[in-house]
Design a protein around this ligand. Structure first.
Ligand code: SAH
Length: 229
């Protein structure tokens, strides 16, 4: 039986078939050369990235670059999502805070690998759309909120992991305060043009900082981020 027939038999349409192939190619060509954690590879093989993208860009869902998701925002490129997720070293027991829900794609990857995901987005329209897509894909271990994520989410703190998916001028203090002991924060820090992806680990009263790689994100806008334009 050809692969095409096998897909037909499982009730998948040609469309789903071609997205499946594109996703497999993304894994092999973009991720496998750089990503070692098999759980991250598995999660990214599973989550249908094309569901988080709308309109004419859907066909580019698995390409090696970021895409517009409306409201002047972008969904990060697959490799960046994978690198940030790998940096979090998730085992499945963690309570995670994400700042910048955007399309909800990174949220879905986190839902696959952590116990519960709290995610904050400042643009209501994006948060609502992300919620719909995540529910459609049957995720239940997440809570979304609209607001300024640079203040964290004090009612749900402390967090085992915090991931910021927008570029900050400096590490927002409230996020450090809401990190559990032994917890980790992954955040791009720099100017508006380019940032350094940093991992901060909390050890008792001290924080250890490590640089991962250069990157370019949309701006983190808020009280402890960039000022509103
Ligand atoms: N993780 C997202 C990436 C979205 S881009 C994805 O996979 O699609 C970054 C997002 O951060 C944008 O949607 C932007 O609106 C949001 N953002 C910027 N500043 C924020 C803040 N202070 N609090 C919450 N969200 C913020």
């Amino acid at each position: 039986m050809s692969r095409h027939d096998a897909f037909k038999k499982r009730g998948l349409t040609d469309d789903q078939n071609s997205y499946y192939i594109a996703r497999k190619r993304m894994i092999e060509e973009q991720l496998k050369p750089a990503i070692r954690d098999p759980l991250v590879i598995e999660a990214m093989s599973k989550v249908p990235r094309h569901k988080f993208i709308e309109g004419a860009l859907v066909d580019q869902a698995y390409s090696d670059y970021p895409l517009n998701i409306g409201e002047g925002q972008t969904i990060s490129q697959p490799l960046i999502v994978a690198m940030m997720t790998e940096a979090l070293q998730l085992k499945g027991t963690e309570k995670v805070l994400e700042i910048g829900t955007g399309s909800g794609y990174q949220t879905a990857i986190l839902c696959e690998l952590a116990k519960h995901v709290y995610s904050v987005e400042r643009i209501g329209k994006l948060s609502n759309r992300a919620r719909r897509v995540l529910y459609d894909l049957s995720y239940v271990n997440f809570t979304l909120r609209v607001g300024d994520g640079t203040n964290g989410w004090s009612e749900a703190a402390p967090f085992d992991r915090i991931i910021v998916t927008a570029g900050a001028p400096a590490i927002p203090k409230p996020l450090l305060m809401q990190l559990a002991d032994g917890g980790m924060l992954v955040i791009p820090v720099g100017n508006e043009e380019s940032q350094m992806l940093k991992i901060v680990t909390k050890e008792g009263a001290s924080y250890r900082e490590k640089d991962v790689s250069g990157c370019r994100f949309v701006k983190l806008i808020g009280e402890y981020g960039w000022r509103v334009e």
